[in-house]
Each structure stands twice: as structure tokens, then as C-alpha cells.
Design a protein around this ligand. Sequence first.
Ligand SMILES: [Zn+2]
Length: 196
Amino acid sequence: MILPIVAYGDPVLKKKAKDIDKDYPRLSELIENMYETMYGAYGVGLAAPQIGLPIRLFLVDTEPFAEDDSFSEKEQEQLKNFKRTFINAQILEEEGDEWAFNEGCLSIPDVREDVFRQPKIKIQYQDENFDTYVEEFDGLIARVIQHEYDHIEGVLFTDKLSSFKKRLIKGKLSNISKGKIKIDYKMRFPLMSRKR
Ligand SMILES: [Zn+2]
């Protein structure tokens, strides 16, 4: 089932999300619905707060990047096969010199900006079966994980922009909150007027 994606301005996107355990109600159905929602919107990642749930759960599938020729063949192969569910994630380390990449977000349609992030991370997380892993990632995979991880920490990529850039996109962001935007996937807008 495709779930509506929460738009910029909803308080749930600003909340630090909470850990969950095996007993979380209908978790496998929720994860399935989140994948369907992410693919339906052509996203490469989706975090639970984006569908209105302040819990530490996010998904990543970088396959759409595999067709981008600006990456090496080896990277394309990695991107093609990287699909993972992260539960109760904690980034343990981030390192390296920050690099810029043009990011977007399903909760902030039509806004794309360069965001600086460190290239390497070490992260602890649990998978769908609540098995615990500690793994290292780098490059674009690390970046997508960092973006989704920020969501469960209540941070959006627009929070990381310079105050000058923030000023430039202010009007656009306010229109998104009000639903004054054209999109081809289901969304929920915090400030949409219910009057017709
Ligand atoms: Zn996002």
C-alpha cells in the first residue's frame, strides 16, 4: 500500500525518532509499504518520519543511481545492488574531507541543493530480523544513509544549507508546506487549507 509522504513543515520531520523492538505492531507490513511508497515516488531512500512515524527506521535502495555514468563501473555495480532496511541505527563514526553532492528529498519536492558531508561512516543498525550489524560505508551509499539517518534525528538537508541559500528557498519551502506544488506522488501537507 502506498502511504502519503509528509511534506516539509510537518513537526514529525523535526522530531528525534525513537528506537523500536520486535513487538512493534505490523512491522513487516509497514516496511513493505514503505518500500512500495519509496519506489512509487522514485526515491532512493525513505525514513519513517516521512510517512508520519517518529521511529528509527529507514530504507535505502540506490539502484536508480547505477545508471549514472558519472560513477565508475565498480561504483555502479555497488549502487545497483545496494538495498537495505536500517532499524535503530546509530552512526558511530564519520570521517574524511567533506564533499558536495546535489541532494533532494521526497518531503521537499523540486528543491535540490549541494550538501556537504563526510565521505565515510561507521554505523550500527538492526535489520528486519533484529540482527545487529556494525558496518562501514563510503561514497554515495554513505551519503544516502547519512541523509536518511538525519531524518530519524529530526534533521533535513535544508537545515544544512548556508543562511543565504536558506533565504533563497524560503518561499519555495513555504509553498510546499501549503501544498502549492505539483507532484506525481501522494503527499500530506501540514498547512494545506481544507477549505475549497
Ligand atoms: Zn529526505
